[in-house]
Design a protein around this ligand. Structure first.
Ligand SMILES: *Cc1c(COP(=O)(O)O)cnc(C)c1O
Length: 470
């Protein structure tokens, strides 16, 4: 290998990439192959001499489409995944090319400066306190970890305990309050932080999955000592928002820290038409979100935002003589995220924001929500089909027929049909098809084609399923 290999190899990769992308809108949306086919395609003994790079690249590219879901395709409605706006993908290639260690300013003034700007733009876009701390992490999971580490620091500092120095052994007990509908990544973050999942006090939620304020009040009245409340902006099934203004009032009256899981819901703040849905979100103490979902940048890209920058920094910072940290105006990413060496993942965020602008992000988000309403209208009007949730955001839960078996058969049939892809869920004991719209490229026509496929599959299933009579 020599430096001259880069050019031809990157041109080869470019050819493979554009072929993949060109096929994306019309290909079978699900994955065609499973583990066995993928192992057969790639396995073998660890090479002793190694192969030519062209052959390695070609092998990966040849088998990739069958082993991938078309997650970035316009008719992919599985989970809440988002695609990739072209400029973010292109920038991501450059980020890999530059190979910057984004941990400290001295290694990469470029990354430090661009991420400083991207962080400021995000706070402006979400209209959150401009002096908040912000860190670019791998995803919402690590954003929870980061924010809740800051929360842990903050609530213990207020009672005179230095958790970074003294750890949790012997510390005042922290109670964590979350709704029954909190995302599992909140539980995982609590485990990582040594708070444990048993410290979690669950608050009942209503029929849309929103935390009940009356129950929160009861729970808070019964707790003493430091408390962290975790609320949700965007339920993964219904898209519903917890009543954030009311939660903030109750939490803050009690001196508790309020953390919000806004993995995709925080982006509602970018859309003028959705300001009401996210009312009160600005009152929280910390916010976890993803850029790889609704901003449509490549993985991995999450953002941890903390109102109390000093708590954020205290929970994350590292200091070592050899690091030449700046401690001045320059930003050292190690002060804001759990990672040490890391990818310059804030740069594609910057490129997406610069290209879309505030109006473009708002439009992307509102378009997705309009598509969700279009799904709900067309499916809800069809005979034997029922929409189970209030479509307040980008999520639609659909029930086919009167029994779980029909709905499950429709979900499997839709996935096999390949026109689109959506996953299944169980909502309040009922099986449901779960449609998440979060891709910049989805059009009304994509919705119509997908609805046609879903209803066609439903007709086939309805003609076939024998419903048990008792
Ligand atoms: C996706 C999601 C998460 C987890 O985010 P990752 O980016 O996968 O780590 C957490 N909460 C909600 C509401 C989500 O939708």
């Amino acid at each position: 290998m020599t430096f001259d290999d880069f050019g031809p190899l990157l041109r080869r990769a470019h050819g493979h990439a554009t072929a993949f992308l060109d096929a994306l809108p019309e290909r079978f949306v699900g994955a065609r192959a499973g583990r066995d086919e993928m192992i057969a395609a790639f396995d073998g003994p660890l090479p002793v001499q190694g192969e030519h790079a062209d052959a390695v690249l070609d092998r990966l590219a040849m088998h990739a489409p069958r082993g991938t879901q078309a997650c970035a395709a316009p008719r992919y409605f599985g989970f809440v995944i988002g695609g990739t706006v072209p400029v973010a993908l292109a920038t991501d290639w450059l980020v890999s090319t530059w190979d910057q260690n984004a941990g400290i300013h001295v290694i990469s003034p470029l990354t430090a400066a661009v991420e400083e700007i991207a962080a400021r733009w995000l706070l402006e876009l979400f209209d959150l306190p401009r002096d908040s701390g912000a860190g670019f992490v791998t995803g919402c999971q690590m954003a929870h970890f980061t924010c809740l580490a800051a929360a842990r620091h903050g609530v213990l500092r207020r009672v005179g305990w230095d958790v970074e120095a003294d750890g949790l052994m012997g510390a005042p007990r922290i109670h964590v309050v979350a709704s029954a509908e909190a995302h599992v990544t909140v539980d995982v973050a609590l485990r990582y932080l040594g708070l444990g999942t048993r410290s979690l006090v669950r608050v009942d939620s209503d029929e849309q999955g929103r935390m009940r304020l009356d129950r929160l009040r009861e729970v808070m009245d019964a707790l003493d000592g430091p408390v962290i409340v975790c609320a949700q902006a965007g339920n993964v099934n219904t898209g519903a928002f917890d009543p954030l203004r009311g939660i903030a009032e109750i939490a803050h009256a009690r001196g508790a820290w309020l953390h919000v899981d806004g993995a995709f819901g925080l982006w509602a703040r970018a859309a003028d038409g959705l300001r009401e849905v996210a009312d009160g979100i600005e009152l929280a103490d910390s916010w976890a979100t993803d850029a790889h979902k609704w901003l449509n940048v490549p993985y991995d890209s999450g953002v941890a935002i903390v109102r109390h920058a000093e708590d954020h920094r205290a929970a994350m910072t590292v200091a070592a003589a050899y690091l030449v940290q700046t401690r001045g105006a320059e930003r050292d990413a190690v002060d804001w995220v759990p990672e040490f060496s890391r990818r310059a993942r804030g740069i594609p965020v910057y490129a997406a924001l610069r290209t879309l602008g505030r109006a473009g992000v708002g439009d992307l988000v509102e378009r997705c929500c309009a598509h969700a309403r279009r799904f709900a209208k067309q499916l809800g009007d069809a005979p034997g089909v029922r929409v189970l949730n209030d479509v307040v955001l980008n999520q639609v839960l659909v029930r086919f027929g009167d029994d779980d078996a029909t709905t499950r058969a429709v979900i499997a049939g839709v996935q096999d049909d390949g026109t689109c892809w959506a996953s299944g869920t169980t909502w309040h004991g009922l099986a449901a098809l779960r449609i998440s719209v979060s891709n910049w490229a989805t059009t009304a026509e994509d919705v119509d084609r997908s609805v046609d496929a879903m209803l066609r599959v439903h007709r086939e299933v309805a003609g076939r399923v024998v419903v048990p009579t008792s």
